[in-house]
Design a protein. Structure first.
Length: 381
């Protein structure tokens, strides 16, 4: 089922109808609509679109859609001090915030990327998460802190508590449109949206909300930097395998994998295997041999593989974890950006011991096709 809807122009073809072999149209650019039509579109988003919980979307590969649009946040529980007079209330939930992706015609972004960042990311990359964490500090213990180099601020280990609160209390709807900022501007003028800041200066709560955030940011600057806590090494699978089921650390038999395994097992951190078939694999997990590589998968299949691995990595990556890749580009192309959305920071291996790239006979990493690749580190905040 598809949440929301697309506004279409007669005579053109939509992705859905193309798949079904019929002719229809793509979403209409909102700026092509009259003021009345934009208002009607806003009414449909706010009053008619189905409200979804994050639990219904987080493991769904097609929802939220990978397209531009406007999203609306309704809350069953309203954070402390937030005024709700004149706010839209629907299905026992109160509309407090609207957002868009991308933010303008010079940037890229989709509804799926942005909503994932809000629900599963960290404060540094989500204005809404920062706002909610500041308002819920007494309840959740969400105190903003500087991490790693000190340039990034997050709620550290309390990010997971905030994600849980949002999953329990927030419900969302959206509309796909190529120029979402036009509809957002209309909604900010037409509705009471106390958690919006940008473009919402006339709302009576805006000044107070800015003060909440300013106080939290200033306090973070005064507190000590939270150092990283542990390191997780991710080693890619290889095509060379033994012929019978066995623990994954023994199944992969190439010279490169053996040297990579020897390196990570000399370190103090945890290590895991990136398997093209099984996703994230524990070294001692018994698996069957297989003939499958990421190189053979389509772009969408690799994207879904990365999304699955990110979910599986979350229990292993608490605040401050460094995640070190010993893997090729096909493993990192979507996985690394997804981890960055979760508050990770990708840095070159230069300066780290592994920066020698397994110099003991293996000067360059290779992916499962045998091509050379370099290592990188991701530091999860």
């Amino acid at each position: 089922m598809r949440l929301g809807f697309s506004v279409i122009r007669t005579g053109q073809q939509s992705a859905r109808d193309d798949k079904e072999g019929t002719r229809s149209t793509p979403p209409l650019v909102v700026s092509d609509l009259s003021s009345k039509e934009i208002a009607e579109l806003g009414q449909k988003l706010v009053y008619s679109s189905r409200l979804y919980r994050w639990s219904e979307l987080k493991n769904n590969p097609t929802l939220p859609p990978r397209s531009p649009g406007v999203y609306a946040w309704f809350f069953e529980r309203v954070p402390p001090t937030v005024p709700v007079d004149s706010c839209v209330v629907r299905d026992e939930s109160t509309l407090l915030y609207v957002g868009i992706s991308p933010k303008n015609d010079k940037t890229k972004g989709t509804l799926q990327d942005r909503l994932w960042s809000h629900f599963e990311g960290v404060a540094e990359f989500s204005t809404l998460r920062t706002t909610l964490g500041c308002l819920l500090e007494v309840e959740l213990g969400t105190i903003l802190r500087r991490v790693n180099s000190g340039k990034t601020q997050t709620f550290v280990e309390k990010e997971s508590a905030l994600s849980g609160w949002m999953a329990d209390n927030a419900r969302i709807a959206w509309i796909e449109t190529p120029k979402p900022w036009v509809l957002e501007d209309h909604l900010l003028k037409a509705l009471s949206l106390p958690l919006n800041i940008q473009g919402n200066a006339k709302h009576p709560f805006c000044v107070r909300l800015k003060e909440f955030r300013k106080t939290a940011i200033q306090r973070a600057e005064e507190l000590d930097i939270v150092p990283h806590r542990k390191t997780v090494y991710l080693v890619s699978c290889v095509s060379e395998k033994l012929a019978q089921p066995m623990p994954a650390r023994e199944l992969y038999s190439s010279t490169w994998f053996k040297k990579a395994r020897a390196f990570v097992e000399r370190q103090t951190g945890e290590w895991l295997i990136l398997s093209a078939r099984y996703g994230l694999v524990e070294p001692n997990q018994v698996i069957e041999p297989y003939h499958e590589t990421l190189k053979e998968k389509s772009v969408e299949e690799r994207r879904e593989w990365s999304r699955k691995v990110v979910q599986e990595l979350r229990p292993h990556c608490s605040a401050g974890t460094s995640v070190v890749f010993l893997a090729g580009e096909k493993y990192r192309e979507f996985l690394a950006p997804a981890l960055i959305e979760l508050g990770c920071h990708e840095v070159p291996m230069k300066g780290l011991a592994i920066g020698e790239q397994l110099h003991c006979g293996c000067p360059n990493m290779a992916d499962d096709s045998g091509r050379a690749c370099s290592s990188r580190t991701l530091r999860a905040f």
